[in-house]
Design a protein around this ligand. Structure first.
Ligand code: SF4
Length: 481
């Protein structure tokens, strides 16, 4: 028994005469071709979407867009790799009719069209919406960190700069000391490294100037960080470790786990994103009301209030540990969450069984508060457990507290919401980062990375729609009749 043999390389064979014969009917490239043909690239704002009347002809943006969509669907993102594929990949040859742009042309297309590329993602969302693939009832909002083109070493904050300057001072002092000691013995033995030491001191002085310049920039701009390679990127926590990244926000619709919308921000946390993302989702879906699931990172009373005013119903678990840690309350049984509010009487009942009535307004943490007090505190047998205050115990109620109480109730009545949210939001991020290997950016600057992310999100949605409908059905929709 022998191994399976390949054919003889010297033997003459006849390849099919048409490139089309190599591409099977269900091949993804048919969909890419048909989808790009539907787009009005001039309206979307692509450069060179209009044919030049003079000068050297440029590549059609449709061809470059097709190349990128194909690349992002197949884990090929670098312009040099895409250039190579034009020569050796039969699917790309079919898609681009054997055109082979050089890597610079390919890279420039992505760099120069970030806004238009983002609109292509939106066009696909609208296409999916027409196919009724979005349910429009429940969405999940989530954020994930994607690594920027900026190493940790090239990111600075005030503290890091101070430490760097301190280190330099110490190094310069050490070099100077060494130099001085060398000078003392120079008369008898000429040491060879004096010149070298002076050069090192010079280098340190230059670096010191650079760091001082960065310190000044931080002071004048009011920024907390500076990134030198990609100025828009920021050091932030993701997956339990710090890295220089961007925070990518998505909303995912519950019906088919399709991405509805995304935004790239350089804010390290998700606290201020809820209302913006949920409102945009509601507008895209054109619905009267929308339920939005999010994790504890989005728990921000003000954002929750804005959502409810906008007919958006958030379901977000409360981050308990910090919320209820109260420095002036000795015993946890007397923490604020143990006081029960009666909305009919507008009073709180304390764990000691006394009622605390409304006693006036105040401002706390920039929020308008209503204060509740009891006359019984000073004679109460539980006072030492309840408060360290000399006066009575005060309960502060945010003027919109009802919004949070209603949400607590919703969280309680929807115990499955956390699991549901995990399935909805973490699936796209997991697929994008591990399946597509696209957990890091190749471009720089907020606008460009947002464009690049458009290609990633589009690739995810295309794969998902093919999984849902199947290639044949999708092509029937694209080419009716
Ligand atoms: S100190 Fe006041 S609030 Fe606390 S248990 Fe006693 S009566 Fe209630």
């Amino acid at each position: 028994m022998d191994y399976i043999q390949g054919f003889d390389r010297k033997q003459e064979i006849l390849f099919p005469a048409k490139i089309d014969d190599y591409i099977e009917e269900e091949n993804l490239v048919h969909f890419i071709e048909a989808f790009v043909a539907l787009l009005d690239l001039m309206v979307l704002g692509f450069t060179h979407a209009e044919v030049n009347s003079t000068g050297r002809p440029s590549y059609n943006p449709a061809d470059l867009l097709k190349l990128y969509i194909y690349g992002y669907l197949n884990r090929i993102r670098s312009s040099r790799k895409l250039e190579k594929e034009c020569f050796r990949n039969i699917e790309v040859m079919w898609l681009l009719k054997k055109l082979a742009p050089d890597h610079k042309t390919i890279a420039d297309f992505r760099k120069n069209n970030p806004v238009a590329i983002k609109k292509v993602f939106k066009e696909f969302v609208l296409f999916c919406k027409e196919l009724d693939l979005y349910g429009g009832e429940v969405v999940s909002t989530d954020g994930s960190k994607f690594k920027a083109v900026n190493s940790k070493k090239r990111n600075f904050n005030a503290e890091k700069l101070l430490q760097k300057l301190k280190d330099i001072e110490e190094k310069i002092a050490a070099y100077l000391k060494e130099l001085e000691e060398n000078d003392k013995i120079e008369s008898s033995i000429k040491l060879p490294d004096a010149k070298e030491l002076k050069e090192k001191i010079q280098q340190m002085e230059e670096r010191k100037k650079e760091y001082e310049g960065l310190q000044k920039t931080l002071e004048t701009t009011g920024e907390t960080q500076i990134s030198l390679t990609d100025p828009d990127s920021r050091m932030m926590m993701g997956n339990q470790k710090f890295d220089v990244s961007y925070n990518v926000q998505t909303t995912v619709d519950a019906k088919n786990n399709l991405i509805l919308d995304y935004e790239v921000t350089n804010e390290g946390n998700d606290k201020n994103q809820l209302n913006e993302m949920a409102t945009r989702a509601k507008d895209i879906l054109e619905v009267e009301s929308l339920e939005v699931l999010a994790d504890k990172g989005y728990y921000n009373p003000e954002e929750i209030r804005k959502c409810t005013e906008n007919n958006i119903i958030p379901i977000i678990p409360e981050p308990k540990p910090k919320q209820f840690k109260e420095g002036n309350v000795p015993e946890p049984e007397y923490y604020e969450n143990q006081f029960k509010y009666d909305s009919n009487k507008d009073v709180y009942t304390c764990p000691g069984g006394r009622e605390l009535a409304y006693s006036g307004d105040s401002i706390k943490n920039k929020k308008n508060m209503r204060e509740y007090k009891s006359d019984c505190c000073n004679t109460c047998e539980f006072k030492s457990k309840c408060t360290t205050n000399k006066n009575v115990r005060v309960i502060f109620r945010w003027e919109h507290e009802k919004v949070l109480e209603d949400m607590r109730e919703r969280v309680k009545n929807n115990p499955d919401s956390v699991r549901k949210r995990n399935c909805m939001s973490e699936h796209p991020f997991g697929t994008i980062k591990r399946g597509f290997n696209q957990g890091y950016f190749l471009t720089k600057g907020l606008v460009k990375v947002a464009g690049e992310m458009g290609l990633t999100m589009l690739a995810y949605n295309i794969r998902r729609v093919i999984n849902i409908l199947g290639m044949n059905k999708l092509m029937e929709i694209m080419n009716p009749g």
